[in-house]
Design a protein around this ligand. Structure first.
Ligand code: CTP
Length: 400
């Protein structure tokens, strides 16, 4: 996977810079071509000569240094297939998250174009917990930048905590996975739905559910990162619309249905992760309902099933994927929905477990196929679970 691949390795100023050198050695041993960029602070911890000797290439340090009479940062970015920054200090993370380009590494980051970026944060545990740092990491993740999270252990400052850079072997494995993932969905159109819907009771109140939209948004970002042209139709959530996709915000099940049925015909893949309200108040009140009686009876009307409608009109070659949120008889119920809605795959989600599913950052899924096969996606971040689901969908798409 790594042999012959062109990797840019960025080193910034932390004690873990020596592990960056070890990562360089491991990459070269796997026959990758490694060009190293060091910040000024990195050079306080380890010398360019060490990295030059390990990589076999000149080490880059200055923005305005000529590289065969070409603009250095642009030619390096064009040369590379991936950028890995290990260690990534709180400082470089902050600069990258905010578009500051005051040295070669941060300038290269802005000039990276489509190449994937992997960061291995390393810092003191207090710094890693700091809200500003968390926000910066989140902003980068939302833009498709990947992280190898730091481990916990003894830190250089003597304390124990989370902040110690992942081991070089872990970073190598994450990079290999990232390169393998590649852009296997390039040229495909993917429609994802996410979030809850809201069904008005009166002008100020509504019925809804606990869906946060996190799983659907993670799927949209992951499909984008794998090269797909993505349309995300979402009910109201607290999440930021991912960049580089077409985003359609809706409120009710009826609006979601309209948007989805309009977009569906041209799609290669449709993933319905939204938690659509099955019922809506039959007659929403025109004015705010007053508490002038001791009880209130609301008549609900059934909403149309969007996924079932898509299943009925599915064009040849389109892959249709649903979710099944269940609190009991998970697999039986999911299998019924798979058949009833004419799906190619259903992801069964046990929402009775408190640690996964609705409004959590992690998920565990069981994938069910029409032939009866099953596949487990173990407890993972929603981002990683999204990639596992896309792996399964890409396999279906590539079946002869
Ligand atoms: N779904 C949909 N439109 C609806 C209800 C559900 O498109 N009106 C889709 C969801 O996006 C999900 C799948 O159908 O992909 C299953 O949703 P779920 O809520 O688990 O099940 P329901 O089909 O609504 O059945 P029930 O509520 O009876 O379990």
């Amino acid at each position: 996977m790594l042999a012959g691949r062109k990797i840019l390795l960025g080193l910034t100023g932390g004690i873990a810079a020596y592990k960056g050198a070890e990562l360089c050695r491991l990459l070269v041993r796997k026959e990758a071509q490694v060009k190293v960029v060091m910040t000024q602070n990195a050079r306080a911890f380890i010398t360019p000569l060490t990295l030059q000797t390990l990589s076999g290439f000149k080490v880059y340090t200055e923005t305005f240094e000529a590289d065969s009479y070409q603009v250095g940062h642009v030619s390096l970015a064009r040369w590379a297939e991936a950028l890995v920054v290990a260690p990534a200090t709180a400082n470089v993370i902050g600069k990258m998250a905010n578009g500051i380009a005051d040295d070669l590494l941060t300038t290269l980051f802005l000039a990276r174009g489509q190449i994937p970026v992997l960061l291995a944060p390393a810092m003191n545990d207090e710094m890693y917990r700091e809200e500003i740092v968390r926000d910066n990491l989140k902003a980068l993740r939302l833009r498709g930048i990947r992280m190898v999270d730091p481990n916990s252990g003894q830190l250089a400052c003597g304390t124990f905590g989370v902040g110690r850079m992942a081991e070089p072997g872990e970073i190598l494995a994450a990079l290999a996975a990232l390169l393998k993932e590649g852009r296997d969905l390039a040229g495909l159109k993917v429609l994802v739905t996410a979030g809850p819907t809201r069904e008005a009771l009166d002008p100020v109140r509504y019925f809804s559910n606990r869906s946060s939209g996190k799983m659907g948004f993670a799927l949209a970002r992951a499909a984008r990162d794998r090269g797909a042209e993505v349309c995300l139709v979402s009910g109201p959530t607290a999440l930021e619309a991912p960049g580089g996709i077409s985003f359609l915000g809706v409120e009710t099940a009826a609006q979601m249905m309209e948007a989805v049925l309009r977009e569906a015909p041209g799609m290669d893949i449709i993933i319905k992760a939204a938690a659509v309200a099955d019922y809506r108040p039959l007659k929403p009140a025109e004015d705010k309902i007053k508490k002038d009686s001791s009880s209130l009876t609301v008549t609900l009307a059934r909403n149309p099933d969007i996924l079932a409608a898509l299943g009925r009109q599915k064009p040849a070659g389109q892959v249709l994927v649903g979710f099944a949120a269940e609190t009991r008889d998970l697999l039986e119920n999911a299998a019924k929905k798979l058949a009833a809605k004419n799906l190619d795959l259903i992801a069964a989600n046990d929402v009775s477990r408190g640690d996964i599913g609705f409004d959590r950052d992690e998920n565990a899924l069981t994938l069910l196929y029409p032939g009866g096969e099953r596949e487990e996606v173990p407890l993972l971040s929603k981002e990683a679970a999204a990639h596992r689901l896309l792996d399964a969908i890409a396999k279906i798409k590539n079946r002869p």
